[in-house]
Design a protein around this ligand. Structure first.
Ligand code: DC
Length: 230
């Protein structure tokens, strides 16, 4: 059997990282880790405990509460992936709202938050056989990953995908609000001081604006096969 590797998938929001990561993990029997869900769960905690709102951020308060935040993924066989639990509660739905999306970049800028989550992510990847998606996986979390992908798609394509996803879930949002959120997060994610979103020098860029899910999957499977045989 081929050796187990670490696969790091980074890129802007809504570039289809998680769809691809889940497909690849299911195909290889690897563990899928959605690192963005962890930043979202910390954001939800911060919202629920009054540390963040659209008009304020109590960074010190949140940082001193970090030891009280317990994050776990519990595999849901029906969904086919690990769902996010915050202090014992399934928050998979709550972390996907536009409200959380609007605040998460500010929380993800905090170095103490990043240090805590990166340590946990590295621990989850210790035994390889993991596909993790996020913003700094190939640069910071797993700089030695055998395969690094960097996903790209236009802001409009990405906003349309997120808009379809949210409206399917019954959320009332406008396309303009979703596009604005995508552009805002691109800006903050790329310009923050700690671990900004950049393409690792050894990452392979994949622009999927004009690729179907199947085409993308086949393309990446070829790259995985090459990487496992090296
Ligand atoms: O992948 P996502 O959209 O669910 O991620 C939510 C936010 O979390 C995103 O705006 C940036 C942040 N994030 C990060 O800074 N580092 C990661 N590894 C993953 C996500």
């Amino acid at each position: 059997m081929d050796k187990k590797i670490t696969i790091a998938i980074d890129g802007f929001s809504s570039t289809g990282k998680s769809t691809l990561a889940k497909q690849i993990a299911a195909h290889l029997g690897y563990v899928y880790v959605d690192s963005g869900a962890m930043y979202r769960a910390v954001t939800l905690y911060a919202m629920e405990n009054g540390f963040v709102s659209p008009t304020h951020l109590d960074k010190e308060g949140l940082v001193s509460s970090l030891p009280d935040i317990k994050l776990e993924f519990h595999f849901n066989p029906e969904a086919g992936f690990g769902e996010m639990y915050l202090n014992g509660q399934n928050v998979e739905k709550k972390i996907r709202t536009l409200e959380v999306s609007g605040l998460v970049s500010r929380i993800a800028e905090i170095s103490e938050v990043r240090a805590k989550l990166v340590e946990q992510q590295q621990h989850m990847g210790e035994n390889k056989g993991v596909v993790m998606d996020g913003r700094d996986i190939g640069t910071v979390v797993f700089p030695n990953a055998e395969l690094k992908l960097f996903m790209v798609a236009s802001a409009e394509t990405r906003a349309q995908r997120r808009f379809d996803e949210l409206t399917q879930k019954g959320e009332t949002v406008t396309f303009e609000a979703v596009l604005e959120n995508v552009q805002q997060r691109d800006h903050i994610d790329s310009n923050r001081e700690d671990s900004p979103l950049i393409q690792a020098v050894d990452a392979i860029a994949i622009d999927n604006s004009n690729l179907s899910r199947e085409e993308q999957f086949e393309l990446v499977l070829g790259l995985v096969n090459e990487a496992t045989q090296l």
